[in-house]
Design a protein around this ligand. Structure first.
Ligand SMILES: C[S@@+](CC[C@H](N)C(=O)[O-])C[C@H]1O[C@@H](n2cnc3c(N)ncnc32)[C@H](O)[C@@H]1O
Length: 514
C-alpha cells in the first residue's frame, strides 16, 4: 500500500468553472461515458477492471483521456491532459490538488466523476478510494458517493426552503438538495471535506449565495437555527469510542452518534420541517424498536423509523475492517477485529441494525412507528416517507368512522392454504392458513387480513358509504360484531401504509398529498 500524495484542495474550487466547461464540451457526463465505453466496458468499470475500459478508450479523443485520467487513474501525457482539461492548464490542476506528477506524465490525485441520481449529471470531488490503484485511506479521507449516500438521496423528502446537510463529506447531499431547495448549510469536521464540497458546488454551477459551509461537530455550527429539511449520513459505524477515519467513526461509543443526531435533529427543524437520516443501532436482548424509540422526543414530531438490515457482529466487524483497508487475517487486522468483537460482547450486542429515521416537526404529541422493511425496494423511499408523514397528520385529526376510503389501485390478495387431509366425515381439502393484502408499489407493504378485514376493504369506495356504515352492514351480514376499537386499529395501519386512501374532505380533515 502506498500513501497518496495529499496536496491540499482548498483552492480546488477555483478551477471548477473551467473543468465544467471542459467536461461539458467533451461529454464527460453519465451518458457520454456510457456511450463511449459501451455497456460491457462500463460494467467492467463498475467492477474496477481497468483493461476493458482502457481498450474502449483507445483513440477516443479528449473524452477517452478524461476517462483514463479520472476514472482509471492512469498516467497520461501532458499534451493529452492539456487538451482534455483546457481551459484548465495542467500546472494549475497540479497546484490545486486535482492532479499529481508521475514521472513525465500526470495522473489524478483525487476522484472527480459524473453522477446522475435522477436530476441529470452532477460532478463530485472526493478522495481516491483505491479501486483503481492502491492508496492508504487517510484519517480525514473524503468519502465518495457510495451505496449509503445513494440510499439517502433516494430516501430524502423533496428538498425545499433551507436545508441542513450534517456531515457533508463530498457534498453529494448538498449538491442534490439544491435542485429544489433555496439554500443549503453544509457542515463537516474536516476542512478537506468542505473544500471538496465547495468545488462540487462550483462545478455544478451553484453560486455561493445559495450555500454556507461551516466547520464543526454535530449541530454545533448551527446552534439556535432551524431548517425546513435536514439530511444526515453521519459517521454512524458502531464500535468502540475511537476514531480511525472521520467519515465513519464518531468517537462516541456504540450507536451514540446515531442517537445524538436523531435525538437533537428535532431542535433544528422549522415548523413542519422534515429530517431524513441514516442511522445504526445495536440490537441487544430487547426489541430494537424500543432502543430507537427512546432517542426520539416524546413531544413534537411524527417519526417513521425503518430498519433495512441487521448484521451479526462478525459480519459487521469484518466488513468495516475491509472498508478501511485492514486485512482481518493479518496481525494488526486480527487484533482490531478481536478488540471490536470483545467490545460488542461486553455490551451484549447480538446484532447491528441499520436504516432510516424520518422526523417531521408537528408541535403535537409524538407519533412513532418503527418497522422493518428488509426486502429490496424498487421505488425511492423519499416520496413514500413524505406521504407516510402526511397520512399520519391526517390520522391525528380524522374521524375514521365517518370517513370514506378507497383501496389503493394496485392491491392484491394472497391466500395461502395447506392441504387438510381431515378424517372421517370431514373429508379432505385445502384449508386457508393465512391471507394477506399486498400493496404493489412503494415499499410493497403487506397486512394479514381475516375474512372480515378483506370484505371491509372490498366494500370501501370513495363515493360509497362511510367506514362506520360499511362496518355495520358487514356485522349485520356476517353476524360477527368486531371487537370494539379493532376496526379503527386495523384501518389506522392500512392508512399508514397507503393501502386505504382517505377520500379527502377538507371540512373535516387536514391533508397533505396522498
Ligand atoms: C459517511 S460520511 C457522509 C458523507 C456524505 N454526506 C454522504 O452522504 O455521502 C460522514 C461525514 O461526516 C463527517 N463527520 C464526522 N464526524 C462528524 C461530526 N462529529 N460532526 C459533523 N460531521 C462529522 C465526516 O467527516 C464525513 O464527511
Amino acid at each position: 500500500m502506498t500513501a497518496p500524495q495529499r496536496t491540499p484542495v482548498d483552492a480546488l474550487h477555483t478551477i471548477a468553472p473551467g473543468l465544467r466547461e471542459a467536461f461539458r464540451s467533451h461529454r464527460y457526463d453519465v451518458d457520454g461515458v456510457l456511450d463511449l465505453l459501451g455497456t460491457d466496458a462500463h460494467a467492467a468499470l463498475g467492477r474496477a477492471e481497468p483493461v476493458p475500459v482502457r481498450r474502449a478508450c483507445r483513440d477516443s479523443g479528449e473524452l477517452g483521456t478524461l476517462i483514463r485520467l479520472l476514472l482509471l487513474n492512469d498516467p497520461c501525457p501532458r499534451t493529452e491532459v492539456d487538451r482534455a482539461l483546457g481551459p484548465v492548464d495542467v500546472d494549475t490542476a497540479v497546484a490545486v490538488g486535482l492532479l499529481e506528477t508521475d514521472g513525465d506524465a500526470f495522473r489524478s490525485a483525487i476522484d472527480v466523476r459524473p453522477l446522475d441520481a435522477g436530476h441529470g449529471t452532477r460532478w463530485l470531488f472526493s478522495d481516491l478510494d483505491g479501486a483503481m490503484r492502491p492508496v492508504t485511506i487517510a484519517p480525514d479521507h473524503v468519502l465518495g458517493v457510495g451505496q449509503a449516500s445513494l440510499s439517502l438521496l433516494r430516501a430524502s423528502v423533496e428538498p425545499v426552503g433551507r436545508v441542513l446537510d450534517l456531515g457533508t463529506g463530498c457534498g453529494v447531499q448538498a449538491v442534490h438538495a439544491l435542485s429544489g431547495a433555496a439554500h443549503v448549510t453544509a457542515t463537516d469536521i474536516t476542512s478537506r471535506s468542505l473544500a471538496m464540497t465547495r468545488a462540487g458546488l462550483a462545478i455544478n454551477g451553484i453560486g455561493p449565495t445559495r450555500y454556507d459551509l461551516r466547520t464543526g461537530e454535530w449541530f454545533g455550527p448551527v446552534q439556535g437555527e432551524r431548517f425546513d429539511r435536514i439530511v444526515a449520513n453521519p459517521p454512524f459505524v458502531v464500535g468502540p469510542p475511537t476514531v480511525t477515519h472521520s467519515y465513519r467513526d464518531s468517537g462516541l461509543d456504540l450507536d451514540r452518534a446515531s442517537e445524538l443526531v436523531v435525538a437533537r435533529a428535532a431542535d433544528h427543524l422549522a415548523d413542519g420541517g422534515t429530517a431524513c437520516m441514516l442511522a445504526s443501532w445495536i440490537v441487544t436482548g430487547t426489541d430494537w424498536r424500543e432502543r430507537v424509540a427512546s432517542w426520539i422526543p416524546d413531544h413534537g414530531v411524527d417519526a417513521w423509523v425503518v430498519q433495512r438490515d441487521v448484521a451479526d457482529p462478525a459480519l459487521y466487524v469484518g466488513t468495516w475492517l475491509r472498508d478501511a483497508g485492514h486485512d482481518p487475517r493479518s496481525g494488526p487486522g486480527a487484533a482490531l477485529a478481536d478488540d471490536w468483537l470483545a467490545h460488542f460482547e461486553r455490551s451484549a450486542v447480538t446484532g447491528i441494525g441499520f436504516g432510516f429515521v424520518f422526523l417531521r416537526s408537528t408541535g403535537e404529541p409524538t407519533d412513532l412507528l418503527a418497522e422493518e422493511l428488509s426486502h429490496a425496494l424498487d421505488d425511492p423511499l423519499g416520496p413514500e416517507a413524505s406521504a407516510y408523514l402526511d397520512r399520519v397528520a391526517w390520522l391525528r385529526t380524522a374521524d375514521l368512522e365517518t370517513s370514506r376510503f378507497s383501496p389503493a389501485e394496485n392491491l392484491a390478495l394472497e391466500q395461502i392454504s395447506t392441504l387438510d387431509r381431515g378424517s372421517g366425515e370431514y373429508g379432505t381439502g385445502w384449508a386457508e392458513v393465512v391471507a394477506r393484502v399486498h400493496r404493489g408499489d412503494g415499499p410493497r407493504w403487506t397486512h394479514e387480513v381475516d375474512d372480515w378485514g378483506r370484505a371491509l376493504i372490498a366494500g370501501l369506495r370513495p363515493d360509497g358509504l362511510a367506514l362506520g356504515d360499511v362496518g355495520a352492514l358487514l356485522a349485520a351480514a356476517t353476524g360477527v360484531e368486531p371487537v370494539p376499537g379493532a376496526i379503527g386499529e386495523f384501518v389506522d395501519g392500512l392508512v399508514r401504509h397507503g393501502i386505504l386512501l382517505p377520500e379527502p374532505d377538507p371540512g373535516q380533515t387536514r391533508h397533505g398529498h396522498w
